[in-house]
Design a binder for this molecule. Structure first.
Ligand code: FMN
Length: 173
């Protein structure tokens, strides 16, 4: 069975080359609101989003994490973080829930952006948590997970369907 490649789920691709055109506040807020509408383990809702538009900050991000360096070309990036204090306060002895919540939020944002014609790339932030904390004045209990880079693609890209029936297991492995 094939699924429609026009569906935005399949059209989402990681894009690393952008035009400078801004994303309208309406579209950006729709993307952020979609992210924060994701499910949250135990309804703790520990996520915090930092919207980054400042060019100097983007250059500094590029200097400590080359794999997000293309954020200097895009109009806006969103650092997705969670508040570990909220998770520990709920009785957990680790903050894994925050990472899961962040991933759900990120994917919601990527898909909403794709629907709006905005290209994105999820970039890893967990190995540069201290760099992000220092750069953006982030307190210790706030944990950066990913920088979502977004803008309008300046390269053509195509939809893909990665369905592989060998990865589906029915009832048993
Ligand atoms: C957890 C995670 C971390 C990622 N980190 C980066 C990154 O730091 N830099 C980057 O350019 N792409 C990053 N990506 C994007 C992947 O490289 C990309 O999703 C993968 O190559 C598949 O391509 P597609 O998104 O176009 O399907 C990351 C994706 C995920 C899910």
């Amino acid at each position: 069975m094939t699924y429609p490649k026009t569906d935005y789920m399949y059209k989402r691709r990681s894009i690393r080359s952008f035009r400078k055109d801004p994303i309208s506040d309406d579209n950006l807020n729709f993307i952020l609101s979609s992210g924060l509408s994701a499910p949250s383990g135990e309804g703790i809702h520990p996520l915090e989003l930092i919207v980054i538009k400042n060019d100097e900050l983007k250059k500094k991000i590029k200097s400590f994490y080359e794999w997000a360096g293309f954020c200097t070309q895009s109009p806006v990036s969103v650092l997705v973080c969670y508040d570990s204090d909220k998770i520990f306060a709920a009785g957990y002895d680790n903050d894994d829930l925050g990472k899961l919540d962040a991933a759900a939020c990120i994917e919601n944002m990527l898909l909403r952006a794709t629907e709006l014609g905005v290209a994105t790339c999820w970039t890893h932030a967990m190995e540069n948590q201290e760099d992000y904390r220092k750069l953006l004045n982030i307190p210790k209990n706030i944990v950066p997970v990913a920088l979502v880079v977004m803008g309008y693609s300046d390269i053509p890209f195509s939809a893909k369907d990665q369905f592989d029936k060998n990865k589906i297991h029915n009832d048993r492995w």
